[in-house]
Design a protein around this ligand. Structure first.
Ligand SMILES: [Cu+2]
Length: 478
């Protein structure tokens, strides 16, 4: 299947993106068989593609707002695939719906204009029931959009801009990725690895200048939630989320980041002597905070390193060089003034619950072409969707990061849940979001103004095992 290209579309950037089997050295000993994206630039600025050395991750794709982009996706995997540009507002044909999958040896041409704000987005496969497996095998990459508003802030860049893509993996004795193979317990709970990789490497220590750094963090794990904090009482300065810069910088001690979500951080290392180390850690939390499915522990589905286990993510070690002075801007962004809570928004309840051995969205499971009446929305219309994370009769519930394709949305409010859940304090709801974590017992209302592009789009849980089990639905924009 080949997408027809629109007449008159003249791309500013054109590249080929190929998904293919490969091998990389991750641990000492034999290399690890992976699937990975490779890209080559056919047209556009040379800085469009940034290879991450030694990583199985796809190249960082750097785009500017308003660029027209053509991407020729070539599938050299031995199974169907298609690519989704997570967080971007693109036409239906460019969104990577699973009904658009292509077979091995085929090409799919994406064409879209970058209308999103500057921010950290990402790309990954989206074939039905195989997203978890393909992402786990290595198919994921970061997509960075920049724009004049962000340029004007003169944020730390070049060597002072760090990328931190967090994934957990399990290795077998020959250094190969071990996966669940469809075992029910690990599908229900989401698959958790026992070691953390950052940009595809285990526990990296990076030698950096004693300077301000910008750290773009992406949780590209299948299911693990991180409760991030710097060591040495260095506070988190959060300047952006899924959909770009916040209006004002936020300072807090911990940051909860669920699968699919991004955070843009600034960290001040200027006061540190050469050789000092600052760690980014995931702090411990009660397994129940992420809502382990009730009986699963007893039934043998418990991960060796459960959700909530303390983990080291990266270490930054200062070198001899000092950085130039930098002041965190008091105001980061003049927020899109079109945002306000709309009293005329169409309100919809979307219960999240486990029933009939399935994770359900509003009582339903995925159907490739199925769209319920309440899942049909007018282009550009504004809705409030109220995600209600319910317990089933056996007390089973889990945290679900809910992702809506197309437009970024706003979190209106967050109510309910257990006061003792320590993940709650680390959640950032400010700014534009495309993935919102709904903790057990919580109701989270989001206001979304849907894309202007008509067509079939998706909303789903970004715990990839839940998504692959069918915790995903279409919505149709008319
Ligand atoms: Cu889920």
């Amino acid at each position: 299947m080949q997408a027809t290209t629109g007449a008159g579309f003249v791309p500013d950037v054109e590249l080929t993106l190929t998904a293919a089997p490969d091998e990389v050295s991750v641990l000492p000993g034999p290399p690890t068989r992976v699937s990975r994206f490779n890209a080559s630039l056919l047209k556009g600025p040379s800085e469009t593609l940034q290879i991450l050395p030694g990583s199985y991750l796809g190249p960082v794709i750097r785009l500017r707002r308003n660029q027209k982009v053509r991407i020729r996706f070539v599938n050299q995997l031995s199974e169907d695939s298609i690519v989704h540009w997570h967080g971007l507002d693109v036409p239906e044909r460019a969104d990577g719906h699973p009904n658009l999958v292509i077979e091995q040896g085929h090409e799919y041409v994406y064409e879209f204009e970058v209308t999103n704000r500057a921010g950290t987005y990402w790309y990954h496969p989206h074939p039905h029931m195989r997203t978890g497996a393909q992402v786990y095998q290595g198919l994921a990459g970061v997509l960075i959009v920049s724009d004049p508003e962000e340029d004007a802030l003169d944020l730390p860049s070049g060597e002072a801009e760090l990328l931190c893509v967090i994934q957990d993996r399990r290795f077998d004795q020959s250094n190969q990725f071990a996966f669940h193979g469809g075992r029910m317990m690990e599908m229900m709970n989401g698959f958790l690895g026992d070691s953390v990789l950052v940009n595809g490497q285990p526990q990296p220590t990076r030698v950096v200048d004693a300077a301000w750094h910008r750290v773009r963090v992406l949780n590209a794990s299948n299911a693990r939630i991180y409760k991030l904090a710097w060591s040495r009482d260095v506070s988190m300065t959060i300047i952006g989320g899924d959909g770009g810069l916040l209006e004002l910088p936020l300072r807090q001690q911990v940051l909860t980041l669920a699968p699919g979500q991004r955070a843009d951080l600034l960290v001040d290392l200027t006061g540190l002597p050469a050789g000092a180390e600052v760690d980014l850690d995931s702090l411990g939390f009660a397994e129940d905070d992420a809502g382990v499915v009730g009986m699963m522990g007893m039934m043998g589905g418990r991960a060796e390193v459960p959700n909530g286990a303390p983990l080291r993510i990266i270490t930054l070690r200062t070198g001899d060089r000092k950085g130039s002075p930098f002041r965190v801007p008091e105001r980061l962004s003049s927020f899109d003034s079109s945002w306000s809570l709309r009293s005329d928004a169409t309100v919809r309840r979307v219960p999240l619950v486990f029933q009939r051995m399935e994770w359900l969205l509003d009582g339903r499971t995925f159907d490739m072409s199925g769209v319920a009446p309440e899942e049909t929305v007018a282009a550009g219309s504004t809705h409030i969707w109220s995600f209600e994370n319910l317990s089933n009769r056996m007390g089973m519930q889990a945290a679900h990061p809910i992702h809506i394709h197309g437009r970024q949305f706003r979190v209106v409010d967050r109510t309910g849940g257990r006061a003792a859940n320590t993940l709650r304090a680390g959640i950032v709801d400010a700014g534009w979001r495309d993935t919102v974590l709904v903790l057990p017992g919580e109701t989270v209302r989001v206001q979304v103004t849907f894309t202007q592009h008509p067509g079939l789009y998706l909303y789903h849980c970004h715990i990839l095992e839940h998504e692959d089990m069918g915790m995903m639905r279409n919505f149709r924009v008319t």
